[in-house]
Design a protein around this ligand. Structure first.
Ligand SMILES: [Zn+2]
Length: 373
């Protein structure tokens, strides 16, 4: 995208830089989930409006099939790590995430999810722990971080029903400068350190929680809009993964439509602002979803899951806005942070060199179909 204005001192020929970034992750969402949702809804979803699309290799440092901790860590940072590790490389060296790098550049930051705020994907943007299940440590790191201005999601039990008996909610409010809400309604969007922890557990399924995620994105954009140096907002459609683990197509559809609506809110904002990069991707595929006609007559389509776990299928990345043209071709999940930093005109500040793709580790590829009965 070429600039035509010199309002920010840029010459006409210089590329426009992104001021704001909205980084969206559909947990467990690869092309099958996107296309299944379009088929079943009969709608051209928001994903079709993105001008730049690429392919992301999701392998972790330890496994060809990543989990959400290693997947999120790679999407947030520059290094692949071992499954279950958060915010650190395989040698347990903490990494600077894209959220932390943006904060260091003076941007305001936010996180919006439909899972625990302490779950693997959001935590990979702010926490540094050897295992994703250290929820109470992750909650403590969130409470004490100075890198987040706004966080919205579930997981209150990790703050106030803890084994160490601490009431972190009280500590966040009384000592650490947070205002903590338990609902999105009536939050003060002028405050600069806000947590909305709206459920003890993960947020309910989309069918029950209604428009929570898109509403939370709207609230976050109201809150971050006008930040002096722009903002970085991470959004996760957390439960596409949960639904695909359960091989539950109705739930998966609800979560996909919900996430698509959240993407639309972000894209509409970016189209209006002109200075906002929107990047939508996933950490991995879940469920081994395919869309065959079991009768082989090319007339019916069923949603057919091959596993209750994750697969190694690469995922897509969709991009819109200044710098979006970088998000094409085949890339490693560790490349996204650098591209986002570039889009904003920053060098990638971290210690790190982007990992080269590692050799494939799947020594047990079985070429026989598991559906031979
Ligand atoms: Zn999963």
């Amino acid at each position: 995208m070429l600039g035509t204005m010199s309002a920010c001192g840029q010459k006409e020929s210089e590329p426009v830089k992104a001021v704001n970034v909205i980084y969206m992750i559909g947990d467990g969402m690869a092309l099958p989930q996107v296309y299944a949702a379009m088929l079943a809804s009969g709608e051209e979803m928001t994903f079709t409006e993105f001008p730049y699309i690429g392919v992301v290799d999701t392998r972790s440092a330890s496994n060809d099939i990543t989990d959400s901790a290693a997947g999120g860590t790679a999407l947030a940072g520059d290094h692949k790590t071992n499954n279950a590790m958060l915010g650190m490389n395989p040698d347990s060296i903490p990494m600077m995430t894209v959220l932390e790098a943006m904060k260091a550049k003076g941007k305001e930051t936010g996180i919006v999810v439909s899972s625990y705020v302490t779950h693997a994907t959001p935590a990979s943007f702010y926490a540094k722990v050897p295992h994703r299940k250290q929820y109470e440590d992750i909650a403590m790191q969130l409470a004490e971080t100075e890198n987040i201005n706004l966080i919205i999601g579930g997981g209150r039990k990790h703050f106030n029903q803890r084994e160490d008996s601490l009431n972190l909610i009280e500590r966040m409010e009384n000592e650490l400068g947070w205002t903590v809400y338990d609902t999105l309604v009536d939050i003060d969007t002028t405050l600069k350190k806000v947590a909305v922890i709206a459920n003890d557990n993960h947020m309910p399924k989309a069918a029950v929680r209604g428009n929570f995620l898109p509403s939370a994105v709207k609230t976050a954009l109201r809150s971050l809009n006008g930040a002096e140096n722009g903002f970085f907002l991470m959004v996760e459609g957390s439960q596409i993964d949960f639904a695909c683990h359960a091989n539950d197509s109705t739930w998966m559809m609800d979560e996909m439509m919900d996430f698509d609506y959240a993407v639309k809110v972000a894209l509409d904002y970016a189209k209006k602002q002109g200075n906002t990069l929107v990047v939508v991707t996933a950490d991995h595929e879940t469920g081994g979803l395919t869309l065959p006609d079991p009768k082989g007559k090319y007339t019916d389509v069923v949603f057919d899951y091959s596993t209750g776990s994750h697969t190694c299928l690469p995922v897509l990345v969709f991009a819109y806005g200044p710098g979006a043209e970088q998000f094409t071709g085949w890339m490693q999940n560790t490349a996204l942070k650098g591209k986002i930093m570039n889009a904003c005109g920053y060098e990638n500040l971290s210690d790190s060199i982007v990992d080269n793709p590692k050799p494939f580790k799947a020594v047990k590829v079985n070429l026989d179909s598991n559906r031979n009965n």
